[in-house]
Design a binder for this molecule. Structure first.
Ligand code: ZN
Length: 154
């Protein structure tokens, strides 16, 4: 049986190099049709309780929150999907998938046709507590529908 190594940095169809947008980016190394599964957002998992106990300030960049409160830290054991930058009109999405009796995983897939060499983006749609200011998360993706922030719509 073909077992995919989820901790491997590289994924088929994806290459990582400097991004014009922010730091490193993930790019398509070949044409990718709509619905191409790029891989799972891998990394160390923290339950909601464990996540509460950690001071995250320094490593926010690679954190991904799931609907059940689980956090995945792509900085620790992550793969190429952690290098996807944000865009308000992205060509990829991260979808929670749960198989019966199994934990939720985040599957990253294309939602638009992507050409070889194009940078891959997802909409981070970050959330902050209502008490926190919504400033400090500016977006410069320059798409026509740019919200101006990495935060999700209210
Ligand atoms: Zn934007």
């Amino acid at each position: 049986m073909n077992q995919i190594d989820l901790t491997a940095l590289s994924l088929p169809g994806v290459e990582v190099h400097d991004s014009g947008v922010h730091g490193l980016g993930a790019f398509a190394s070949q044409d990718l049709p709509v619905g191409t599964k790029l891989g799972q957002y891998a990394g160390r998992r923290y339950s909601a309780e464990q996540a509460e106990a950690v001071d995250w300030d320094s490593s926010l960049t690679y954190l991904f929150g799931l609907s059940d409160g689980t956090l995945i830290d792509g900085a620790d054991g992550g793969n190429a999907t952690r290098h996807l930058n944000h865009a308000c009109e992205p060509n990829c999405e991260a979808v929670e998938v749960q198989r019966k009796g199994r934990r939720i995983v985040l599957e990253v897939r294309t939602i638009k046709p992507v050409r070889a060499g194009d940078e891959l983006f997802i909409d981070y749609a970050l959330t902050v507590d209502e008490s926190e200011p919504r400033t400090g998360y500016p977006c410069y993706c320059k798409s026509a529908g740019c919200r101006g922030t990495l935060l999700g719509p209210v």
